[in-house]
Design a protein around this ligand. Structure first.
Ligand code: MLT
Ligand code: MN
Ligand code: ZN
Length: 299
């Protein structure tokens, strides 16, 4: 299984256009600290790619990787489709960016699909440009990622019923946010990708315990960070993101897994966006990593 990390930032990116916090200012001064919105590319058996979450940066993210470039032939792309873990704008605005496609395959859960069709009206808006083909991301089992291949299998483990703000009154559903589970029957490798993790349900623990690689929500270092930074009245958990440290924190739980564990979806207020921050030492002691843009994970 081959995974390309296309971005590792939470909504807004790093730097965020209207933000002068130390994380964003630091990234303006030191371009190496820049992070694009969190996204992953997954290779299929026949060498094509699915992009997990369509961010506002998706055009640049495709350009950043030769593996994702088009050709041979004028309009042949190795990008076979999109997988969406949720309907948040930072994970879906990129769908419209790909409107030049002959057709776009989108794999996601029912509530996410409904939000994109009924609230963002993506079906109507994009109909004159391209056609969207929807496929269900099953909560259990293991659906072939690519119908033409016998390779990777996927499922979406529900991890949150949090709706995006633009669909706040949409019906309850536990599959608003899922962790993507990828299983490669050829190598036996399993990866879990959860850029938004509001809770740690038993099924997530079971999947994490048997995974070889777990990439999770590293939006906030601790629960008070959003309030302390003055960006929200809510705590990290109140915003649908388990913090890294503290009683609800994910670090201790990840450290108990045998998997390689990495954080992604870092908010610009997270101290980890500064490579000199002491918090990196704490993670290193626990054997945990912070994913970076351009990282390649071969399982
Ligand atoms: C989130 O991860 O909580 C959302 O992307 C926040 C947002 O962009 O509104
Ligand atoms: Mn987000
Ligand atoms: Zn900032």
């Amino acid at each position: 299984m081959l995974l390309l990390v296309l971005g590792t930032a939470a909504g807004g990116g790093i730097p965020q256009w209207n933000c002068a916090c130390s994380g964003c200012s630091g990234a303006r001064t030191h371009p190496g600290r820049r992070r694009r919105h969190a996204s992953l590319a997954v290779r299929t058996d026949d060498g094509r790619w699915y992009i997990v979450n369509a961010t506002p940066d998706i055009g640049d993210q495709i350009e950043s990787r030769p593996e994702l470039h088009p050709g041979p032939g004028p309009r042949r792309t190795p990008v076979a489709g999109l997988v969406l873990t949720d309907a948040e704008l930072d994970h879906t605005l990129g769908i419209a960016r790909l409107r030049e496609a002959d057709g776009l395959q989108v794999i996601t859960t029912a509530p996410v699909r409904q939000a994109l069709l009924d609230r963002l009206h993506l079906g109507d808006v994009l109909a004159p440009y391209t056609s969207l083909t929807w496929r269900q991301l099953p909560p259990r089992g293991a659906e072939p990622l690519d119908r033409d291949a016998s390779g990777l299998r996927i499922s979406g483990i529900p991890v949150s019923g949090k709706r995006p703000r633009y669909a706040a009154d949409a019906p309850d559903d536990d599959a608003w946010v899922v962790a993507l589970r990828l299983y490669d029957p050829a190598s036996g490798a399993t990866a879990l990708y959860a850029p938004a993790l509001a809770a740690w349900p038993d099924r997530f623990q079971e999947a994490a315990a048997e995974a070889h690689c777990v990439i999770v929500d590293g939006t906030f270092w601790d629960d008070e960070e959003p309030r302390r930074a003055g960006i929200s009245e809510r705590t990290a958990t109140g915003m649908g993101h388990l913090p890294i440290e503290g009683p609800e924190g994910t670090a201790e739980r990840l450290a108990r897994l045998s998997a390689r564990c990495l954080y992604t979806h870092l908010n610009n207020t997270n101290p980890l966006v500064d490579p000199a921050a002491h918090q990196h030492k704490r993670l290193a002691r626990l054997g945990l990593e912070v994913a970076y843009d351009g990282m390649v994970i071969d399982l």
